[in-house]
Design a protein around this ligand. Structure first.
Ligand SMILES: C[S@@+](CC[C@H](N)C(=O)[O-])C[C@H]1O[C@@H](n2cnc3c(N)ncnc32)[C@H](O)[C@@H]1O
Length: 478
């Protein structure tokens, strides 16, 4: 591997980013494997795409691109938004690039980019298609004054004094009976109604976000992989077994289910309350959030942008609506299947549920060549080729619109992971860089932050190319 040591004194040095350019990231000539046609074709495509790209090993960003430490981080711990990154990551880019103008995140999720911008007193905008994300982002970026803080304390005490209800509450969520213990469901619905009656709007929102945040913990399901899994389905050395629902619930939850839900909720509200007391300062430039599709972001605001920093859905069929399904239904964000479908259809085309028969206008020969290599006999859905095409079509539209809205010399930072189907890697980082060049951006850096794992079957097929299964940060400049 050809290694060029590039000495640049930058803010990133504090993060011990190895500024090593490896060009290209595998040695295409001295390949020790006997290559199948599928592998050699991929290598050809990757080598074309990687040519002259500034690739950097940046492993110390590796633990910043995910949410693992967020459950300990004040404010970010208010809602377990598993797909987020750290505020520290955003800070390092804001400082390195000397950002003084507007910041934008078109996939704001829980609002991490805004939280970080706000801490540096920068004005920022955020869009997300999922109404839960917008609620969480707004709540985490709100300024709470003395009166709000007093109200929060009073309402926590009131919640703590609520006694077991007599009434029976209903929900439109058809799966509720499976997803919850009967008494836990009733308790959750009862607290929702109590929270909806809180007069102070800021406090009502924060209590509602706290209520949403505890749902997974008190339910019979957990978010895992690409969806939700039942906690009573347990893996044993001889395979999965299903423990009887009632038996499992009696073993796992305390006898007084109402008191249990109340205690979990009050404990979480106290965490939030302490963060608000200790970590909130005035902010002259509160961020603005919009619930919608980021491809139409200019319909929401028209301000110039200096830095757009984001992590889009990855091209791996992960469905953000499926993973938040329980909260969306129980929280009343969707009332019927049609509404749920409409939400999904507004999402970036990164999964089989979000295709919406939209036309594919952007064509790229490398993408087509990779799709041709798929083993269609084992591909789990016929829709996947169009997921891949749709994904880059949407990426193109977004980058093109951003180009027009970004000030000269402004930046775009994209945290993204590559994916694989039937032993064929979709190298999203270098394809995005290719699309960006076509639009007119300069590709400043591609920081390779960590390597990803895949299913064991694919792992064997991909062994020679495993370095391409990675999560990177692409930095573009207008
Ligand atoms: C990787 S997450 C972003 C996490 C965020 N950076 C954080 O720290 O919380 C991607 C987000 O994109 C959102 N999303 C998917 N399609 C979208 C679209 N078309 N427009 C706006 N947001 C979208 C999802 O709801 C999800 O919140």
């Amino acid at each position: 591997m050809k290694i060029i040591d590039e000495k640049r004194v930058t803010y990133f040095d504090e993060f011990k980013i190895e500024r090593i350019v490896s060009e290209p990231s595998i040695n295409y000539n001295l390949f020790e494997y006997e290559l199948s046609q599928r592998l050699s074709e991929q290598i050809k495509i990757f080598s074309t795409l990687e040519k002259n790209l500034p690739l950097f090993n940046a492993e110390s960003f590796g633990n910043q691109v995910h949410f693992q430490n967020a459950h300990k981080t004040p404010v970010q711990r208010w809602f377990p938004y598993r797909e987020g990154y750290s505020t520290k990551l955003v800070h390092s880019f804001l400082d390195e690039l000397n950002i003084t103008g507007n910041v934008f995140d078109p996939f704001c999720g829980s609002g991490t980019t805004q939280l970080a911008s706000r801490q540096k007193n920068l004005h920022s905008f955020g869009i997300d298609v999922n109404p839960i994300s917008i609620l969480v982002a707004e709540v985490e970026n709100e300024f709470y004054n003395r009166k709000d803080i007093e109200d929060i304390e009073i309402y926590i005490r009131e919640i703590d004094l609520v006694s077991h209800p007599e009434e029976i509450f209903k929900t439109k969520f058809e799966l509720a009976k499976r997803v919850f213990n009967k008494d836990i469901l009733q308790s959750l619905l009862n607290f929702k109604i109590i929270i909806e009656k809180i007069e102070n709007q800021k406090v009502r929102k924060i209590f509602f976000a706290a209520w949403l945040a505890i749902i997974e913990k008190v339910s019979n399901v957990k978010k895992e992989g690409n969806g939700i899994k039942y906690k009573n389905r347990i893996r044993t050395p001889s395979g999965y077994i299903n423990i009887d629902k009632e038996e499992w619930e009696e073993n796992v939850f305390p006898e007084d289910k109402f008191k249990y839900v109340k205690n979990v909720l009050v404990a979480h509200l106290n965490v939030i309350f302490n963060d608000i007391k200790n970590h909130y300062g005035e902010c002259d430039k509160p961020p603005k959030f919009f619930n919608g599709n980021c491809l139409n972001f200019t319909e929401y605001f028209k301000d110039d942008i200096q830095l757009t920093f984001y992590s889009p859905p990855y091209c791996n069929c992960f469905d953000y609506f499926e993973i938040h399904k329980v909260e969306l239904w129980l929280g009343g964000f969707v009332d019927d299947k049609k509404e749920f479908k409409e939400l999904r259809n507004n999402g970036f085309r990164s999964n089989t549920n979000s295709l919406n028969h939209k036309e594919i206008r952007y064509r790229n020969e490398n993408i087509e060549a990779l799709i041709e290599l798929f083993d269609f006999e084992i591909l789990w859905s016929k829709k996947i080729p169009n997921v891949v095409r749709g994904y880059f079509d949407d990426s193109y539209t977004l980058l093109k619109t951003l180009f027009d809205q970004t000030i000269p010399n402004g930046y775009i930072g994209i945290v993204v992971g590559n994916s694989a189907y039937t032993g064929v890697i979709i190298p999203t980082d270098i394809i995005i860089a290719d699309i960006a060049k076509e639009i007119g951006y300069k590709v400043k850096d591609i920081f390779i932050t960590r390597h990803l794992t895949t299913s064991s079957q694919q792992k064997i097929a991909l062994n020679p190319l495993k370095d391409f299964l990675r999560e990177s940060i692409i930095l573009l400049q207008k």
